[in-house]
Design a protein around this ligand. Structure first.
Ligand SMILES: [Zn+2]
Length: 362
């Protein structure tokens, strides 16, 4: 074990498994060696005080256009394809999504096995708290979109036994359970119909098992459907403030009120396109823009209901942060802004542990 970090950061969302699994995304890097590709590997996590996070399993669409090397062109292409449900790349079918989900979950379990105790897939809040205390990197197995789960929910039972503890019913493209939000700017998150009947059954089953439901990619109607049905705190793992950056992926004041009432929380997304007033995918976005969202979230939700949800390895983040090793610069800026040690601890990990303990009931 490494020396204990006084302020470990636990993070609500990363796409590191995706980046490691698909060499065209991550350049064939591994979790254990320091790389200049992507945002998270164990050495950079150690350097930045990242104590763990929700590790997303995501089944990409099978037929996607090659991503242009020019980031501006790539952003334009993504907006053209993902800005409308009708032009989204197709949702993978159950068999294909299950193959990908099993392969990516296996990647995570292999990382755990090869880590000689440095990485643990956590299944209870006590395990998470212990890892944060002793410096073991804590990974939560999370599915971003339930495409790998059959409407009879048999796979949910099996994946739960394997370690699944968090699930977004849908990514931004529609599936059997719900409609996600296409990426539109400026636009309200009210983009289409809510949960299907199968989606409602999924929410009930997650409540019964103690699987956290992630609201981040749901459209507004889906959000309200979950709010009405779920008996767990409402959580958006990686979303920001719609009033400050009016993109469909961010939360309106009404949605924030509902999160507060349920004693849930929101993880600050570092994606520049969800932080900036102009919605541009521009890495030259100052940390001050992140702080504006933290201030707003804290003002509306209270200091007990805000955390981080970086979207590392899945988004363009501010150049000043760079990657997981740059997290201390965010902490320093928050300290400068007046957040004291007690507040920083809550933002860094205590709020996640509290909400997960309530949701998992273990
Ligand atoms: Zn996401």
């Amino acid at each position: 074990m490494t020396a204990t970090n006084p302020l470990p950061i636990f993070d609500g969302h990363n796409d590191t498994l995706l980046s490691l699994h698909f060499a065209e995304r991550g350049g064939g890097r591994t979790f254990f060696e320091r790389s200049d590709q992507g945002h998270i590997d164990l050495p950079r996590a150690r350097e930045g005080g990242l104590g763990g996070g929700f590790c997303a399993v995501f089944a990409p669409s099978e037929k996607t256009e090659p991503v242009p090397a020019d980031p501006d062109k790539a952003a334009q292409q993504a907006l053209a394809a993902f800005g409308d449900e009708r032009t989204m790349p197709p949702t993978p079918d159950l068999a294909s999504a299950q193959r990908t989900a099993i392969a990516m979950a296996a990647d995570l379990f292999r990382i755990e096995a090869q880590s000689a105790g440095q990485v643990k897939v956590v299944r209870t809040a006590d395990e998470l708290a212990r890892c944060l205390e002793d410096g073991t990197f804590a990974a939560i197995l999370h599915f971003e979109g339930a495409e790998a789960i059959d409407p009879e929910l048999d796979a949910l039972e099996v994946f739960y036994r394997a370690g699944l503890r968090s699930l977004g019913p849908v990514w931004s493209r529609p599936n059997a359970f719900a409609h996600g939000v296409p990426f539109k700017f400026p636009h309200s998150p009210d983009t289409g119909p809510g949960l299907t009947d199968a989606g409602k059954e999924l929410v009930r089953a997650c409540n019964r098992l103690g699987v956290m439901i992630d609201l981040s990619h749901l459209n507004e109607r889906g959000f309200w459907d979950v709010a009405e049905l779920s008996d767990a705190p409402l959580v958006a793992t990686h979303s920001n403030v719609h009033a400050l950056s009016p993109v469909t992926r961010n939360l309106t004041d009404e949605q924030l009120d509902a999160v507060k009432q349920s004693d849930g929380m929101v993880g600050l997304n570092f994606a520049v396109g969800f932080l900036r007033e102009d919605g541009k995918n521009d890495a030259d976005t100052p940390i001050a823009t992140m702080i504006r969202h933290v201030d707003y979230l804290v003002e509306h939700l209270g200091i007990d209901r805000v955390g981080f949800g970086s979207d590392f390895d899945g988004a363009t983040v501010p150049r000043e942060i760079g990657d997981a090793a740059g997290l201390p610069r965010l902490v320093a800026a928050l300290r400068e802004r007046g957040y004291d040690d007690a507040a920083l601890k809550k933002l860094a990990h205590e709020n996640w542990v509290r909400v997960l303990r309530k949701t998992w009931r273990a």
